[in-house]
Design a protein. Structure first.
Length: 310
């Protein structure tokens, strides 16, 4: 299945889908990178955050400021964006050592509001309410990333790398440790697991994913502003991971596709789209609590069992 998904993603431009569709696909891919990090945090460690748009903003503004003040391009600024976002995530994650559940969700939600206020009142340093511009990535090794198709392929590379890294984390001893914290934190602590360290580490790892997504978004849009990283974008990111399924490898991709392409396919206006998202989330919680991908996997196993028995 992952190989088939990779082939589809790589082959999409060769089907000539049109500029609008390919642009939306690239934007969706940017979201998938951040969602892979949130899936590790929520799906494996059991810590839900609705502040990931702010962490993407840290990565995006880091890239924009370094491009403006230090003349660093995309690839040179990429590690700084990931590290700064991971550091901010670590600071935000500190309250998770004392509070959890909906209390921590409220904290991460408040972080988005605080972040947008800082950006809006940051003056020339952050571009205030108008934001910052950045030049295109340009031509590297004879590849012109100013073309949408080439930029799409760059995003796909990061999407596939993020999904692969997420898979390695899930299958690793570290992933099993995070799941033990999710299932029974007091028991994990009693068995010698440093739960505080691992929870902060999971948040920082998730923040690094978000930082990479943020700088990708910066160079895709070539302009960023505070409204991109407020409450509503964060809610959409959380919605994507819950709809797709946070515990399965392709859950983030499926969730991003549903939220990004549903209005396009059904020709919904923004208000109708939000209603559809809300109804869809309620249905998923009631009928498919593990997300759409988990429901599809369960359906496949059921059908396969019936075929074997017949």
């Amino acid at each position: 299945m992952p190989l088939l998904v990779a082939i589809i993603l790589i082959g999409l431009p060769f089907l000539h889908p049109g500029y609008r569709f390919l642009s939306l696909a690239a934007s969706t891919g940017v979201s998938v990178v951040a969602l892979c990090g949130l899936a590790v945090l929520f799906g494996q460690a059991g810590i839900m955050s609705v502040g990931h748009a702010a962490l993407m903003g840290v990565g995006a503004y880091t890239g924009a400021i370094l491009a403006r003040d230090a003349n660093l391009g995309f690839f040179a600024a990429l590690p700084f964006a990931a590290l700064f976002s991971a550091g901010v995530a670590g600071l935000v994650g500190l309250p998770s050592l004392r509070v959890g559940g909906h209390h921590f969700v409220i904290i991460t939600f408040a972080m988005c509001g605080l972040f947008t206020i800082i950006l809006t009142n940051g003056g020339a340093f952050t571009g205030a309410a108008t934001g910052l511009d950045v030049a295109p990535i340009g031509t590297i090794l004879s590849v012109n990333f100013g073309r949408l198709q080439n930029l799409y392929f760059l995003v796909v590379c990061f999407v596939l790398a993020s999904i692969a890294l997420m898979g390695l984390i899930i299958a690793s001893p570290y992933g099993r440790t995070l799941r033990s914290i999710r299932e029974n934190e007091p028991l994990a602590a009693a068995l010698g697991v440093n739960t505080s360290l691992h929870k902060i580490g999971a948040f920082m790892l998730s923040g690094a994913f978000a930082g990479v997504a943020g700088i990708l978004q910066l160079y895709f849009l070539q302009h960023i502003s505070p409204d991109l990283y407020g409450a509503f974008p964060s809610i959409y990111i959380a919605l994507m991971v819950m709809l797709g399924g946070p515990r399965l490898l392709l859950g983030p991709l499926v969730g991003a596709l549903i939220v990004s392409f549903l209005p396009e396919v059904l020709n919904l206006d923004p208000v109708d789209a939000r209603i559809a998202y809300g109804v869809g989330l309620i249905l998923v919680i009631l009928v498919l609590p593990g997300g759409v991908m988990a429901g599809l996997a369960q359906l496949y196993m059921t059908l396969r069992g019936k075929v074997v028995r017949s």
